[in-house]
Ligand binder design. Structure first.
Ligand code: 2RA
Length: 333
């Protein structure tokens, strides 16, 4: 029983995390097909006591597949995503290929499940569903419960993004083991350093990662008026992003109420121990499902209870990618 599932990009960090999440959540799949490029085809893998052979991704890969989880980069998604959907497969895509397409839902299950209400498993109709960018998911997991209560007018985000978001090779560059730091992945030294995010800078001076936060937030909240600005920084941390978020609200929300709202928010834990100066860290959220929020405080630069500062950390590979995609797949069951 359960749907037939395929994973596109099984050799990548997110591809591998799809397997861990499927297993951790006992996702009820009927069959599993592992797809990758020609280079990896033929290799064998063990998963849940079964042997699998990685198959080459081709136009025929989606015959009889109910759900396909894609994480193999934008160009593969653009080529094979629509093809799979035409064959009746529901594609959950982790790339940026379809995120801003107005006909394709961009979904965080805890935030806007209604956006994919029209997608039905077993209807014979395929579909594309986009997974938001990791920094957007982690930010909106914490901010949306507050937005529901007091309506965010303006949001200022500063990110501290981990190596995992740039792929397995960037993570390896941080494993020094006595070696001198190298500059193989970015155009400058990564270990013991930090720099403006490596995404291309646009004519308006923002890089693409920053504009993803602006545009994806508007689409997910279905609020074209919300003001968002962001500065994204790559830091030498392995696999969890941190974000400092300043909020301006339309309606008042005091600090204690905000903390209570966050404590009750699904997928969120509050780590806010002022007395011992303990707040969320990337290390503590690594390999965890929940996003951690702390430093919850009234913004003293704003009048009354109309402004808050918070600090958020979330595992980039898990909630920022694989877990969110599999939660989307679970909503189809
Ligand atoms: C990052 N945007 O740079 C990536 C992950 N999706 O962290």
């Amino acid at each position: 029983t359960g749907p037939s599932v395929s994973i596109v990009g099984i050799t990548g960090a997110v591809g591998q995390e799809f397997l861990s999440v499927l297993s951790d959540r006992n996702f009820p799949y009927r069959s599993l097909k592992l797809l990758a490029s020609k280079r990896s085809a033929g290799k064998s893998m063990k998963f849940e006591n079964r042997d699998y052979t990685i198959e080459e991704l081709t136009e025929d890969s989606f015959e009889g597949i109910d759900i396909a989880l894609f994480s193999a980069g934008g160009s593969i998604s653009k080529k094979f995503g629509p093809l799979a959907a035409q064959k009746g497969t529901i594609v959950v895509d982790n790339s940026s290929a379809f995120r801003m397409d107005e006909n394709i839902p961009l979904v965080i299950p805890e935030v806007n499940p209604e956006a994919m209400a029209h997608v039905k498993l077993g209807s014979g109709k395929g579909a594309l569903i986009a997974n938001p960018n990791c920094s957007t998911i982690i930010c909106l997991m914490a901010v949306t419960p507050l937005h529901r209560r007091a309506k965010v007018k303006r949001m200022v985000v500063r990110t501290y993004q981990a190596a995992s978001g740039a792929g397995a090779a960037a993570m390896e560059e941080l494993v020094l083991e006595g070696k001198e730091p190298t500059c193989n992945i970015f155009n400058q030294q990564y270990a013991f350093n930090l720099f403006s995010h490596n995404a291309p800078v646009q004519p308006n001076g923002y890089n693409e990662e920053e504009m993803k936060l602006v545009k994806e937030t508007r689409k997910i909240w279905n609020d074209m008026d919300v003001k968002v600005t962001a500065t994204c920084i790559r830091v030498p941390v392995m696999r969890a992003h941190a974000e400092s978020v300043n909020l301006q609200f339309e309606n008042p929300v005091d600090e204690d109420t905000a903390r209570d709202i966050l404590k009750n928010a699904p997928g969120v834990v509050v780590v806010n121990d002022r007395a011992s100066n303990r707040f969320p860290t990337p290390l503590e959220v690594s390999h965890k499902d929940d996003v951690a929020v702390g430093r919850v405080r009234r913004d003293v630069s704003q009048d009354g209870d109309y402004g808050l500062d918070i600090f958020v950390c979330g595992d980039q590979i898990r909630k920022g990618a694989a877990l969110n995609a599999i939660q989307i797949a679970e909503m189809l069951l």
